[in-house]
Design a protein around this ligand. Structure first.
Ligand code: SAH
Length: 368
């Protein structure tokens, strides 16, 4: 390989422990003039090649690891990684009775910066690192070969790309133009996904198991669905026989999709209410009005994306959880989530325990 990055003494440890990123501060020296996205040898301070990565000159994350060993980087390597990732998920669609699933989960599939979701016959990609951008043609060609009849649409996040020094990039990459709304199914209910205008790739596939878990408890219940987005938790609850759902989200378009989803599934109008409000404020309004619910769902966006924000995030999580705990009927159930990578599961559980103590409520953990 033509280019290298050499690490400072002692900074090899995180690579040896398989952390997929190399920060600029860990670098002792590097080849001059490495082009953006090019593949580089990652060398220890003793000049052994310990990994192979991509080069991101504009980001603090200077390199993302393709392999924790010396490998020859070429289109074949990427194509093989894509095929392996998809092969691992073979059979999921049938087993999970859904036509929507994540095919490639970036770093977790050894393809840093590349996320690929499949909604029915539409493949949605996010190309978020210089390294993934470098292999863009191979990525699209491999996906086209594996799914010859599918449309491929790019829905990359402009901000994330900007941090890598990449220009915005979204739109149709292959096949027929995609409709504004695609219908998918999950756990026996139907959901409209707005890929072009929705969040991320259009839908929060990662909460499928939690939505299924909710179905065990929802029959006959009154449910407050906070941070509801397009109402997927609500569809699950109503499908399971919940009496009443209240969606709260600050995004009007998300609530409009939630309403369409109710109609699509044939649930009665009075079974679901949509409230466009800030959850922090709405929970206080419920407290002041002494409202009570059987089930409350808290699925907020990421409150902490970096270590430095952990304290603020913890305050936010404690606040909404404490409020929600007080709004539950006796025997009520709280579904509480965090997608903040900087907050560990142990810390999150401690936050919930603190909130329960302050709310003077006893809780039992039913499921993780
Ligand atoms: N539970 C959803 C995903 C939630 S994503 C599902 O299963 O599909 C987080 C949602 O929180 C987004 O829809 C966003 O619009 C909303 N949101 C973010 N901050 C908010 C706030 N302060 N108050 C209300 N909604 C908020």
């Amino acid at each position: 390989m033509k280019y290298y990055i050499k690490l400072k003494a002692g900074r090899e440890k995180s690579v040896q422990r398989r952390h997929p990123w190399i920060f600029s501060g860990a670098i002792e020296s590097e080849s001059p003039g490495i082009p953006k996205g090019e593949s580089v040898e990652i060398r220890s301070s003793k000049n052994e090649v310990i990994a192979t990565g991509s080069y991101s000159p504009d980001s603090q994350i200077r390199s993302r690891i393709w392999a924790f060993s010396p490998v020859e980087m070429n289109p074949d390597f990427i194509s093989t990684a894509i095929r392996h990732s998809i092969a691992r998920r073979k059979g999921y669609e049938k087993e999970l009775s859904t036509n929507a699933l994540r095919l490639i989960n970036a770093e977790a599939d050894f393809l840093p910066g590349l996320t690929v979701d499949k909604y029915d016959n539409i493949i949605v990609c996010q190309i978020h690192s210089s390294g993934a951008e470098y292999f863009r043609t191979t990525i699209i060609a491999t996906l086209s070969e594996l799914y010859p009849d599918a449309s491929i649409y790019e829905k990359s996040d402009d901000e994330v790309r900007a941090r890598e020094g990449l220009p915005p990039s979204s739109g149709l990459l292959k096949g027929q133009d995609i409709p504004d709304e695609i219908e998918i199914s999950e756990n026996g209910f139907r959901i409209l996904v707005d890929i072009k205008n929705g969040h991320k790739t259009g839908f929060y596939l990662d909460q499928r198991a939690a939505r299924k878990a909710l179905m065990k408890y929802a029959e006959g219940k009154t449910v407050l669905n906070c941070f509801s987005y397009s109402g997927a938790f609500s569809m699950a609850a109503l499908k399971a026989g919940a009496q009443k759902l209240i969606n709260v989200d600050s995004s009007l378009p998300a609530l409009e999709t939630a309403e369409k989803n109710r109609v699509l599934n044939g649930f009665a109008q009075e079974s679901m209410e949509n409230i466009a409000d800030d959850v922090f404020k709405y929970l206080r309004k419920c407290r002041d009005a002494a409202r009570k619910y059987d089930i409350i769902i808290l699925d907020p966006p990421k409150f902490a994306d970096m270590r430095s924000r952990v304290e603020d995030a913890a305050r936010g999580y404690k606040d909404i959880n404490l409020l929600a705990m007080k709004l539950l009927n006796p025997g009520g159930i709280l579904l509480s989530f965090s997608c903040s990578g900087a907050i560990s599961p142990e810390f999150f559980q401690k936050l919930l325990a603190d909130a329960a103590t302050d709310a003077s409520k006893d809780f039992e953990i039913l499921e993780h």
